[in-house]
Design a binder for this molecule. Structure first.
Ligand code: SF4
Length: 352
């Protein structure tokens, strides 16, 4: 997952036409009020200049705000933008609140990236989650952003009502085909005070287990990697507020790491599929990915030691990120993450 430097400002649920069944931005963002222009300007004064960084307005539905309110927030960023202390602005919004004129205006204000909270491209999931738009509207919004020349980010969720892992993978595929270059994936959590919490308490909603969510997100990550779609976040940002509001669901403070470890382990096992574990061999990996292979609490390391007792694990600084190499009797077999993911997608037509 490539990192982009982002200076986030939260405008909790500002502009949202309704409160979505799972959403509590006050808990998610840990903020209860939007910043003033003075607070934004002051934070930017303290920010170390970085021409690649983007100021982001998250936590609400930016393009649902009255134009004057949008202008107020964007204006607060203009001095930093004009002085080159940041490279652009990023907004997140709903897919049913966009048109070409608005996108053109936003581009003129320095917006470079639009993240759409799509959540799913499946009609049933959207309807049962009361999102208030159809897949066609979501697709059209993606096309509008792509055609406007702004960078498209898509946010998807897993475990929504009527959702399943196959639909989630299809949503990743849809995002890639519609021109997204950034993807965020959030498993649905049951937070106190939401409609989902009521549904959960009367047995009408069952959240994903942690294992289900990891498996599902790993399959989505494989789909994204196969499509060269950059995932910038998997799992909610862990905060004391989220933990205090959490009732149920697949929460783990290092959720994204668990997903990446699952994908890496799948790649390793794929490379070792025809390896006779009785023979001495070595698995080479980029040094920066050692933690990924070792896994949390060394679970990956222990599993490999158990299943492949004659396999040495050796960091190799010549390997590129995502590469693995099996060294056996003088022969090297290379596995790249991208090729592995493409094979997985081609070989899997049924729901995971
Ligand atoms: S999910 Fe998005 S649109 Fe829905 S209430 Fe939360 S911030 Fe608003």
């Amino acid at each position: 997952m490539a990192k982009h430097k982002i200076l986030p400002f939260f405008i909790p649920m500002e502009g949202c036409p309704q409160r979505c069944i799972y959403c509590d931005q006050y808990a998610i963002a840990g903020e209860t009020a939007s910043p003033s222009a003075a607070q934004i300007a002051s934070a930017l004064e303290r920010f170390t200049p970085d021409a690649g960084a983007e100021v982001a307005f998250y936590g609400g539905s930016f393009t649902c705000l009255p134009r004057e309110r949008q202008r107020y927030l964007l204006q607060a960023v203009q001095p930093a933008l004009l002085e080159g202390r940041i490279g652009g602005i990023r907004i997140s919004t709903r897919p049913d609140a966009l048109d070409a004129e608005l996108l053109n205006w936003l581009g003129g204000q320095g917006v470079r990236t639009v993240e759409l909270g799509i959540q799913s491209f499946d009609a049933d999931v959207l309807a049962k989650s009361a999102r208030g738009y159809t897949p066609e509207i979501a697709e059209q919004a993606c096309r509008l952003v792509s055609e406007s020349g702004l960078r498209l980010g898509v946010q998807l969720m897993t475990g929504l009502p009527a959702d399943d892992a196959f639909k989630d993978r299809q949503s990743v595929r849809g995002a890639a085909e519609l021109g997204a270059s950034l993807l965020r994936i959030y498993p649905t959590l049951v937070l106190r005070g939401t409609r989902l919490a009521e549904d959960y308490s009367r047995g009408a909603y069952r959240p994903q287990s942690l294992e289900e969510a990891i498996r599902c997100c790993a399959a989505m990550m494989i789909m994204a990697e196969a499509q060269k779609l950059n995932i910038i976040r998997i799992g909610i940002n862990p905060t004391p507020e989220v933990e205090a509001a959490l009732i149920a669901g697949p929460y783990h403070p290092a959720f994204g790491g668990l997903v990446k470890e699952a994908v890496k382990m799948a790649q390793i096992r794929d490379l070792l599929a025809s390896y006779d574990s009785g023979r001495a061999a070595a698995l080479l990996f980029p040094p920066a990915e050692q933690a990924l292979i070792w896994g949390q609490k060394a679970a990956g390391l222990q599993a490999l030691a158990r299943d492949y007792p004659n396999l040495a694990l050796i960091p190799d600084r010549h390997l590129r990120p995502g590469d693995l190499s099996l060294e056996l009797e003088g022969q090297s077999t290379l596995s790249t993450l991208h090729a592995f993911c493409q094979r997985q997608i081609r070989g899997s037509r049924r729901p995971c």
